[in-house]
Design a protein around this ligand. Structure first.
Ligand code: ADP
Ligand code: MG
Length: 223
């Protein structure tokens, strides 16, 4: 099951759709422990990324430049801290599949893990510090582990999605060691981290993409 640049256009559209639907909710979460702009930032970034990737000639563009276009558009559209974090994630995804004209399942799992690692390295946050890393890291670990033990791609991403949800939920009981919420000390307890919540939305969109992609290849085209 190869993933082409045309498929990546669909993926970025799904991500933008998922974030747009939760824009106000993400702003509310950020309003509680940050400056209230997280939904606006993610919506602007994801819409810009989807537009940039969607505007490419998919037949003439390899996955790496498509991810790079997403990174650049996201960074330009977002002034908040999520800007460089996701720009790095998309750049790393692109770098992990360099010189490939389309992606195997293995490439895709590794690109996903590279996103998580990029976010962690760029922001220097460890799990437990109440950031998006608390959703991304367990999701990437779950996908890599399931993939290594021979699990089919849709199930790997189903597990990644569940790990992300659990990781996000766990941020509720944490104090923040990174970002704006770190200034609140114990007052941050009781609130979910907005970046972890948007990470769940993105990872859910990726899981949905994988499931759709897998599904539409099983259906015979002449039916
Ligand atoms: P800002 O705080 O600049 O307004 P956003 O509202 O877009 O940025 O994003 C806030 C989110 O960014 C936080 O909820 C957290 O998940 C994430 N974040 C902040 N700093 C870091 C970091 N160093 N590493 C990883 N994620 C971070
Ligand atoms: Mg904010």
């Amino acid at each position: 099951m190869l993933i082409t640049t045309k498929d990546l256009q669909h993926l970025f559209a799904l991500i933008a759709e998922g974030i747009a639907a939760q824009r106000d909710h993400l702003c509310e979460l950020d309003g509680a422990i940050g400056d209230g702009d997280h939904g606006l930032a993610m919506d602007a970034g994801c819409e810009a990324a989807a537009k940039a990737v969607g505007g490419l000639d998919a037949a003439q563009t390899a996955p790496t430049p498509a991810f790079n276009a997403a990174a650049k558009a996201f960074l330009n559209a977002v002034g908040a801290s999520s800007g460089p974090l996701y720009a790095t994630a998309f750049m790393r995804a692109g770098a992990s599949v360099k010189d490939r004209s389309n992606l195997s399942d293995d490439n895709f799992v590794r690109a996903f893990a590279a996103m998580a690692q990029g976010i962690q390295e760029r922001g220097k946050a460890e799990p437990g510090e109440k950031t998006m890393v608390d959703a991304w890291k367990p999701a990437a670990d779950a996908a890599l582990k399931a993939w290594a033990s021979g699990t089919a791609l849709p199930e790997c991403f189903d597990m990644a999605e569940r790990a992300a949800r659990q990781g996000c939920e766990a941020t509720r009981d944490m104090t923040a060691a990174k970002g704006r919420a770190s200034r609140l000390g114990k007052r941050a307890i009781g609130h979910i981290d907005p970046g972890a919540a948007s990470a769940v939305i993105i990872i859910t969109a990726i899981a949905k993409f994988v499931q759709q992609h897998d599904g539409y290849l099983i259906i015979p085209v002449d039916m």
